[in-house]
Design a protein around this ligand. Structure first.
Ligand code: FPP
Length: 246
């Protein structure tokens, strides 16, 4: 592990809103998609760095439920980038012990892209070094509604008409099989969650960086992890209660 933070202070699960690709490109008088291309390279670097630092799950927001509203050319470019990215990176992820998962409603993607996603997931399914979750056509509200519907269907099938409880819903949420979200990073200077992991972020520590995603480096990740290591996580208790149990 190359980070200076002790293992106990390394977040087990980190999620990133990779914002700022368009502005990065605009600053260089390049088309927006040039920012996404470099953004893809950064996603690869940060995945590697996160694994080296002992993070067990990394969740990247690649395409939101709302991103379909972008210009057609940009959406098409992103779709092509996902297909070629999966084709190019699946073997290397596998070689490095990374399990790839795609979270979100993938039914809206082209069949070719859905197939690449399924192939990469199948290839890497047995890996344990790091789980890389790519959120694609994902929205936090979608996740909660989807999980609630699945929970409700299960209860109805069992003839149970009682109201839904938190414990009924949580097993059906995306990422239910992974460590709780510890640290949510957003790059690009905006201070909002933008319908990302709404449920999962309930007790996550938030870190906002003004660095545009194509410029985000392993050093920036280390800064976020170091900041995380300084936080007192209280989960609703008082600071004194938490200090007593530590
Ligand atoms: C936000 O920047 C970025 C996106 C909506 C796309 C993110 C996609 C990548 C980084 C490439 C693919 C990565 C993976 C892991 C498959 P923006 O376009 O909103 O930037 P702006 O706020 O400056 O306009």
């Amino acid at each position: 592990m190359s980070s200076s933070a002790p293992a106990s202070l390394v977040p087990q699960h980190v999620a990133i809103i990779m914002d700022g690709n368009g502005r990065w490109a605009k600053q260089r008088s390049l088309p927006r998609v040039a920012g996404h291309k470099v953004g893809m390279e950064r996603a690869r670097d940060i995945t590697e760095a996160a694994g080296q630092r002992g993070v067990k799950s990394l969740t990247l927001f690649a395409f939101s439920s709302e991103n379909w509203q972008r210009p057609f050319e940009e959406v098409s470019y992103l779709m092509d980038l996902f297909v070629t990215g999966l084709e190019r990176e699946a073997k290397s992820l596998h070689k490095n012990g990374v399990r790839l998962r795609v979270i979100g409603d993938r039914s809206r993607f082209a069949e070719k892209l859905q197939n690449r996603m399924a192939e990469a997931e199948a290839l890497t399914a047995g890996n344990t070094a790091l789980t890389l979750n790519i959120a694609a056509n994902y929205g936090g509200r979608w996740d909660i509604i989807n999980a609630s519907n699945l929970a409700l269907a299960g209860k109805r099938a069992a003839g149970d008409s009682s109201a839904l409880q938190e414990a009924d819903v949580t097993p059906h949420l995306a990422l239910a099989d992974q460590p709780p979200l510890d640290l949510l990073i957003r790059t690009g200077g905006e201070i909002r969650i933008s319908n990302f992991l709404l449920w999962q972020a309930a007790y996550a520590e938030l870190f906002f960086s003004s660095v545009l995603w194509p410029d985000f480096s392993a050093a920036e990740l280390d800064a976020a992890i170091a900041d995380y290591g300084q936080r007192q996580r209280r989960f609703g208790k008082t600071g004194e209660q938490v200090a007593e149990t530590n």
